[in-house]
Ligand binder design. Structure first.
Ligand code: SF4
Length: 63
């Protein structure tokens, strides 16, 4: 599984971090960092929830 961010769409509102803080982190300037781009299967449900809840549809999962 690989988390892909469409950086052109991400507006740094942090919904993904709220849903999956193991995977996403926003800094003080609302710049997103993906903490783990290839997370283990145990985190798939959280990753999928973040994809679903991203209001900009900026996230996707490959694999
Ligand atoms: S929820 Fe979507 S738009 Fe918001 S910070 Fe995360 S990837 Fe960016």
């Amino acid at each position: 599984m690989k988390i892909v961010v469409n950086w052109a769409l991400c507006e740094g509102n942090g919904k993904c971090e709220e849903e999956a803080p193991e995977l996403f982190e926003l800094d003080d300037e609302d710049e997103l960092t993906v903490l783990n781009e290839t997370p283990p299967e145990e985190l798939r449900a959280k990753a999928e929830a973040a994809v679903r809840l991203c209001p900009k549809n900026a996230l996707s999962i490959e694999g």
